[in-house]
Design a protein around this ligand. Structure first.
Ligand code: UD1
Length: 426
């Protein structure tokens, strides 16, 4: 096991290259299940979640080859996925429990092979997180769904048939699953109240490059005209808006100045607006987004919402920012019901936070003081690292495997802009 040791107090200045987006890469990696031709994805991040899904895809019969040796440092790496044959339609518990996004193989598998048996997923412990919307959506396009012994069995031996899917509320994963499955269904599928996250538009772009007929991705209603066959393609993964947003917070908290190289402002506008309110000067440059401090840190209010609202995946990091901002900030977590597990750990560093139901009031303190803390989930871990960057003395962030699921070369990137941070064995 490893931990991060951070000695706080350094002003961060310089450039951080932003990796390919984990949450775009995971659904994209499931698209090769829809075709017998190879699909190449470029700008993939090197992350534990990518390896976990690669293992599952291997098990299903997908061969994965690394393109161009080790790949460039900044542009990430390229992998080619070939699913000439589907070797197995069962995604077993041992593989799926490590990562909730494994459920994304369900739609493509049933569309291509007529059957998929997938264990109910695990993943971050940030709430109940059912998969009912995924299942109802697949049912609406003709899949028969059965639940047995902790597994979901979806079958459509005669193929899927286009239909209308209206989500009662927005789900990113369910939108992605139905999008992939509907691409190979007979007839037209209409998806209403679809998620509008940039990762959805990226997935649709890749599917269209494979021969799918999808319009409206990135909007509330998506239309998918099913095709008989999809073919291979090469697709470049979009930059990680959550990684970029996390380093933007680091720039502001340390009263520094960081160029987020490759980041796209239109993917992270809600977060940039709050940063500006808190005291950042944000500018779009030719090769990324620059975030620098105006010298003052003020409080702010946040309600997490589906895109284009403020992302739940940035809530914990902004709470670390609020902990050292002047005045009181109010944060409302409206997507997940149990996403305040970082609160007791931030409090150990001296933060003043009161939680009442889904709302947290954060009163800014003059200083945080370093202490050993325990990461509980991916984004919570990042909030502890951010707090450590400004805390007096040493902060030790334990259970680093959470961070490794979603932040590529974290300590290297932070050191590059002046942080005093190292990874050591526990
Ligand atoms: C994705 C992201 C995750 C992010 C989340 C919300 C990936 C790999 N993960 O997760 O980082 O935090 O979007 O932006 O892209 N729900 C149901 N039934 C369902 C599906 C979801 O009740 O069948 C609920 C969830 O419990 C949650 C809400 O809907 O309260 C939104 O979840 P969803 O958008 O599906 O999140 P994920 O796709 O799992």
């Amino acid at each position: 096991m490893e931990k991060l040791v951070i000695r706080g107090g350094k002003k961060l200045e310089g450039t951080i290259p932003i990796s390919g987006a984990k949450n775009a890469a995971l659904p994209l990696m499931c698209t090769p299940l829809l075709t017998d031709e190879p699909v190449t994805l470029t700008n993939l991040p090197r992350l534990a979640d990518i390896s976990t899904l690669s293992d599952l895809l291997n098990h299903l019969g997908v061969t994965i080859t690394i393109e161009g040796g080790k790949g460039g440092k900044i542009r990430g790496r390229s992998l080619t996925f070939s699913a000439g044959n589907i070797a197995d339609t069962v995604a077993p518990y041992d593989m799926v429990r490590k990562m909730r996004a494994s459920i994304l193989v369900l739609g493509p598998l049933v569309a291509r092979a007529g059957e998929a048996i997938v264990s109910l997923p695990g993943g971050c412990a940030i709430g109940n997180r059912p998969i009912d919307l995924h299942l109802k959506a697949l049912e609406a396009i003709g899949a028969k769904i059965e639940l047995e012994n902790g597994y979901v069995r979806a079958s459509a031996p005669e193929g899927l048939k286009g239909g209308t899917v209206r989500f009662p509320f927005v789900s990113v994963g369910a939108t992605e699953n139905i999008l992939m499955a509907a691409a190979l269904a007979k007839g037209t599928t209409i998806i209403e109240n679809a998620a509008r996250e940039p990762e959805i538009a990226d997935l649709a772009k890749c599917l269209n490059a494979m021969g799918a007929k999808i319009t409206g991705a990135g909007h509330e209603t998506i239309t998918v005209e099913g095709v008989e066959k999809l073919h291979g393609c090469t697709h470049d993964v979009i930059p990680d808006r959550v990684e970029a947003g996390s380093y933007a917070v680091a720039a502001l908290m340390t009263r520094g100045n960081i160029l987020l190289e490759g980041a796209k402002a239109e993917h992270m506008q809600a977060a940039l607006d709050v940063l500006t309110e808190a005291g950042a000067i944000v500018s779009e440059e030719e090769n990324g987004v620059r975030v620098k401090s105006n010298g003052h840190l003020g409080g702010f209010n946040i309600v997490t919402q589906p895109f284009p609202g403020f992302p739940t995946d940035m809530q914990a990091q902004f709470m670390a920012l609020a902990a050292v901002s002047d005045g009181a900030s109010v944060i409302n977590e409206a997507i997940f019901e149990n996403r305040y597990m970082h609160v007791p750990e931030l409090s150990r560093l001296g933060a003043d936070i009161t939680v009442s139901g889904s709302s947290a009031t954060v009163r800014g303190v003059d200083k945080l003081v370093g202490a050993p803390v325990m990461a509980t989930d991916l984004r919570a871990s990042m909030s502890l690292a951010l707090a450590g960057l400004v805390a007096e003395g040493e902060t030790h962030v334990n259970r680093l495997y959470h961070l490794d699921r979603g932040y590529e070369r974290l300590e290297e990137k932070l050191r590059q802009v002046g942080a005093d941070i190292e990874r050591v064995p526990t």
